[in-house]
Design a protein. Structure first.
Length: 155
């Protein structure tokens, strides 16, 4: 009979242990669920701050657009310049601003297909342009420097 009592108390003890394990598992899953909820709650405010940041960026872009609209061209670029005789053969003899001179030269280059096929930054000079450049091939960045030598202040 003593063994039967021992077995009964052992069964009760194992049941208590099992219920205790179940309770700790339930607590652990409850903690995980609360952590997930907490992280979900934390994620939502981050999205809201991101929206605020984009609004700030948008207002900054609007401000820069307004500043760009108020910008005036430099008067030195708009002053009329008289081209030399060699340059006048390409763009015309009439006085015009530097910006128009550059545009007309590019129109001439594109019309006559003078850009190098392999390296588009290089310009192959024909007879008229070789008088201006002094070489058979120049880079587009060097071109404006060479053209400025053929411009003088309009009278």
């Amino acid at each position: 009979m003593a063994t039967a009592k021992k077995k009964a108390t052992a069964k009760k003890a194992t049941k208590k242990k099992a219920t205790a394990k179940k309770a700790t598992k339930k607590k652990a899953t409850a903690k995980k669920a609360t952590k997930k909820k907490a992280t979900a709650k934390k994620a939502a405010p981050k999205k809201a701050t991101a929206k605020k940041a984009t609004k700030k960026k948008a207002t900054a872009k609007k401000a820069t657009k307004k500043k760009a609209a108020k910008r005036k061209p430099n008067a030195a670029f708009m002053a009329p310049m008289q081209p030399s005789a060699a340059l006048g053969e390409v763009i015309g003899a009439k006085a015009m601003p530097r910006t128009d001179v550059t545009k007309k030269i590019w129109d001439y280059i594109k019309k006559n297909g003078l850009q190098d096929k392999a390296n588009r930054r290089m310009i192959n000079a024909d007879d008229k342009l070789s008088k201006i450049f002094g070489k058979k091939q120049v880079s587009m960045f060097e071109m404006t420097k060479l053209v400025s030598k053929h411009l003088s202040a309009a009278k």
